[in-house]
Design a protein around this ligand. Structure first.
Ligand code: F0G
Length: 483
């Protein structure tokens, strides 16, 4: 990694890219922000980008693309079958993962759908370090369950443990003993773990999981959405790999898995996704599902332009100057906020800045959705769209319909790759510091329209009491104007 040293200024992350094409932004006044979030049912997914200043909802499909990717898109070879664009992508995928077979899909959850259909049956249990929303939904759709076996340290949001995405090997052994290998279709490792704050997995831990899988004859599947950033953390934090290139670390990780799948909305800064493996028998189990659900084997639901962009994007994702920008930007915001007492998830991970809403809003009970309420308050304060990653993101228990209270109530402000400038980060820090100073004004939320599956996407909520108005009034008083 190239780190720039500073003479008199405190060090900040320096961008190794420049915007060669720009999109104008606007910051609507606070009255409009309040109006917009209430009309959106206090759900940031239901806002329009015309109402938003900085869109930190997700890094999925929102990364800035390079001029190299755009130029490759012009070479797209439009064909239903046998497109040369796919030939180029296949070569790039093989080089990136070091695996031979590639089944293209239209996005990450489509890969999860194929894996669930091919391997998971009723009554099965899928051990994993941590679930992702779409992963769990696809496994539960098969009447199977997810078992989360992440290290306990992860629930301590204020920590300096370097690999809080690790699986607890003793818990894995105990689960296998309890459930029996015939009920375990595969073990799933998510690198990094999205819902716990983009926390990385160490190579030592992946090796240990592989050893257990071998001992019991189980498959190991890696969700590789953020494998490049995870590799960067391994290089930074696991001394054995300090001198390895990102490409080498990614190969080491992929080598340990029987199957690797990914969303190209994240990995490769494009769209689409895929499933890769070296095992022809595993390919045979999944292959027929590709033309059925996704499209022909040489596009899998992706447009040829996306395929070209991904072929180039994967090459760029082994470049440390490209990959380090996101985690370094996150670390800048996290460390600055932490120093001023704002409760953030540490150590800084990948994907975004994660606020600990339980600590930020101790007055809001879990069943009044502290993370959802904090996301609403951030939008009113800053016009920044974050995402609730707490109890609202858990659907109710499918059998008892009881609320499943999340272990952690996080608000994520995603920092898509190469997108935001340092001034955007400084603005975010400033507004979050103001909000923290005024946190006692914030109250809870209640559902007014609640879908039964993936309710966080389009469920509608309302504030309990008129706290959003009070927050707006305080904002105007302190800033003297409405921006
Ligand atoms: N797995 C992980 C770890 C993810 O983070 C995502 C998506 C998926 C699978 C599904 O991929 O969206 O292409 O279907 N995460 C996005 C997010 C939605 O906002 O974190 P997809």
């Amino acid at each position: 990694m190239q780190t720039i040293k500073f003479f008199k200024q405190s060090p900040v992350p320096v961008e190794f890219h420049k915007p060669v094409m720009v999109q104008a932004l606007q910051l609507p006044p606070v009255e409009k922000r309040l109006e917009a979030i209430l009309a959106a049912g206090c759900n940031t997914f239901l806002l329009n980008t015309s109402e938003i200043f900085l869109d930190m909802l997700t890094d999925s499909g929102t990364n800035a693309m390079s001029n190299q990717q755009f130029s490759a898109m012009m070479l797209a070879d439009e064909a239903y079958a046998g497109s040369q664009s796919f030939v180029r992508l296949l070569a790039s995928v093989r080089e990136f993962f070091g695996k031979e077979h590639f089944l293209p899909v239209h996005q990450g959850r489509a890969a999860e759908h194929i894996l669930a259909e091919a391997f998971v049956k009723k009554g099965d249990v899928v051990p994993m370090n941590f679930h992702f929303t779409t992963t769990r939904a696809h496994i539960e759709r098969m009447d199977a369950t997810v078992r989360e076996l992440i290290v306990d340290e992860v629930f301590k949001t204020d920590s300096d443990e370097p690999f809080k995405g690790n699986m607890d090997i003793a818990k894995l052994e105990a689960t296998i003993k309890e459930v029996g290998t015939e009920k375990i279709p595969f073990i799933r490792m998510e690198v990094t773990t999205n819902l716990t704050g983009g926390q990385p997995v160490s190579l030592a831990n992946l090796r240990a999981v592989r050893k257990v899988a071998d001992k019991h004859g189980l498959l190991l599947v890696i969700d590789a959405c953020l494998i490049a950033e995870n590799a960067w953390f391994i290089k930074q934090r696991e001394p054995e790999f300090a001198l390895f290139s990102l490409a080498e670390i990614i190969h080491e990780m992929a080598k340990l898995a029987d199957i690797v799948y990914f969303s190209a909305r994240k990995l490769g800064a494009a769209r689409g996704g895929g499933i890769v493996t070296n095992d022809e028998k595993l390919v045979a189990k999944m292959k027929d599902l590709i033309p059925l659900f996704e499209g022909f084997f040489t596009y899998g639901g992706m447009s040829t332009r996306e395929i070209e962009a991904l072929a180039v994007g994967l090459k760029e994702f082994t470049d440390e100057l490209v990959i380090s920008h996101m985690p370094q930007s996150i670390a800048h915001v996290v460390n600055t906020l932490k120093a001023s007492g704002v409760p953030v998830v540490t150590p800084a991970g990948a994907l975004g800045v994660h606020l600990d809403a339980k600590k930020f809003l101790p007055q809001v009970k879990s069943n009044q959705y502290p993370a959802g309420a904090l996301a609403v308050a951030i939008f009113i304060t800053a016009g920044v769209r974050g995402m609730e990653r707490g109890t609202i993101s858990n659907d109710r228990d499918p059998v008892t319909h009881q609320e499943i209270l999340a272990d952690m109530e996080l608000v994520r402000m995603a920092l898509p790759r190469r997108l935001f400038s340092l001034s955007h980060l400084q603005f975010l820090i400033d507004r979050l510091q103001w909000l923290f100073a005024n946190r006692e004004l914030i109250g809870g939320l209640k559902f007014i329209e609640e879908p039964s599956v993936l309710r966080f996407f389009d469920g509608k909520l309302a504030p309990i009491g008129d706290w959003p108005n009070k927050l707006q009034a305080k904002f105007k008083k302190d800033f003297g104007e409405s921006l």
